[in-house]
Design a protein around this ligand. Sequence first.
Ligand SMILES: [Zn+2]
Length: 431
Amino acid sequence: MRLQDLCVAPIPPGFSLPEEVFIHPGAGDRLGEVASRYLNPPLLVLSDENTRKAALGPMEKFSRAFSGQWREMVLSGHAHTDDPTIAEVMTEGRGIGGILAVGSGTINDIAKAAATRLGVPYLALGTAASMNGYASGIVAVTSNGLKTTLAATPPRAILLDTEILCAAPLELTQAGLGDLLSKPVSLADWWLSHQVEGAAYSELPGRIVSEAIDSILAEAAGIPARSPSALETLARAVVLSGVSMVVAGSSGPASGGEHLISHLWDMQALAAGRPLRLHGAQVGVATLITSALYQRVLSIRSPEFVPPRLWEAEAERIGAEHGPLAATVLPEAEQKHRLAAKRLEFLRREWAGIRERLVSFGIPSPDRLRKPLLEAGAPHTLAELGVSREEARQTLLNARDIRSRYTVLDLAYELGVLPYSAEEVLGESGV
Ligand SMILES: [Zn+2]
């Protein structure tokens, strides 16, 4: 199926996007046929111990069709998308004509990064609708402890076999819904960064993905029931969310302050040697928090703006708050701080119009966003993530430091909502 057939809005030509997407029962059985269309042997098949098992049927058929023309690398189920792992895959992939990613978030990201660096095409056989990165032109990678994104080339084709997706662990599917939940809030953040800092912005990415995300939010109850129709709707939405990022030229339309909160949780876990929680599970809960923050911020008609502190004082605060991560975080925070005075002047002048436009986005309340999470049985509380209230308060206060991108987390400081009302915001979010 052509990508355009998945989408009600026109996808403009000229973007590096997958040419075909197959979302149906038995889509995995087309692996050999699709691989021979887009990839030249020898191929490297990348999976992990869990995803390899999930795709056993399609892999058997593929291995018969590509007999002797492929080799495989099966990573541990705990692999991360980081520089050493990408380098290992590149070494294993020397001389290959393409990579076949058999897995979901981590495997797809590692394959996309390695294929881009090796200059070879890749295909994605997704084993779970757990995140929105399949079609995207970026990879979320941990580089020297900092969670960041790298530009990378999307797969030539994506196969999402609804039979495999239905059999995937439920928590992965629930995480896919959580990752998509952020869209109405992150779109507002993206527009805000466009206004305040001149980031590129257009309405098209929102139009590409909105109908598909609204459909899966309406069908969320089908997720715990493993309904093939709900899984198909979810798969379509995660693919189009990735497409929206390609068309936007950044992760802006799908990644705002809630993603910074999730990324900081990941960075803290990695620094402490703890296992990572599912990205989408964190994003779902973090979205309830940023939604509550938006409700607060948008209730302020005549703010008393808080002037920026001197960088030296900010650097000291970051050193104290981020501990072992401070050195990693400082350059991003400094970049953002450089524009602080200019930003404040702009906000003072334009707040009435900015507020009015942000209100027109109709950012859903925490209660409205919680409904699909509850229907899907997905995490909606800090307790389900194993995050204490105090940890969440700290993360809400400090997540803005890890990336130069402007979000509601920054705006809340400039309007004086943070740091003082952090506890109340958490209360209002209901997490
Ligand atoms: Zn995400």
